[in-house]
Write a protein that binds this ligand. Sequence first.
Ligand SMILES: [Ca+2]
Length: 241
Amino acid sequence: MKKIYFTFLLFTGFMMAQPGNLCTDPIVITTLPYSTTDNTGNYGDNYDPPTATPISCGAGTSGNYYLGGNDVIYSYTPSANGTVTIQMPSSPGWTGLFVFTSCSDIGSPPYACNCSSSAGTRSINNMAVTAGQTYYIVISSWPSPQTIAYTLNITDTTLSNNEVSSPKNVTLYPNPVKNILYLDYPEIDIINANIINVNGQCLNVKLNENQINVENLSAGFYILDLTTSEGVHYHKNFIKH
Ligand SMILES: [Ca+2]
């Protein structure tokens, strides 16, 4: 009986690989904030670094092998447009945090990423997310260390993203935009504008007579961060095409 039971355990263990090993069976994150502590040693080494053009994911990371070690895959599908911040605090060196928008993209340039050979926090700040799109979050390392202990924290950083329903109405048009983005904000005093890209990087823009010239931006999804004279931030999403 004991032998049969052991054989059964071995069989089911083999047949039912735990979620997180493969992108097609990720650890599904359903609500934010999310926090977990784990070790990539509990998962397999199923994905490889890119073999084509090296990907830069932070200072000094080109020519990277940051998918070389064991890999863990999480997925998150937001129900609303907004921004999230993904962090691995107190991470050992030679570790990488990647986000892909499809499983087939793993090994190709990611949607967002942060890697470093130094110990510290890996962070993707204010990453733009679109409702209904699944984002695959991959944690890995160089082949040395092959496995790492990690903490993964994901928070919803969408700020005032419901301003459409606010009495202080802000309107952007056209959206999608090609050259000039027009702003209408009759009830508030906006003193500064920034555009945030999908990597959470702030791009300098000039707000001029309620217009922003965006013709030099690459096609994609952006957040317009507006600061009022009272120091309140309003975020509006737009698409450049
Ligand atoms: Ca790997």
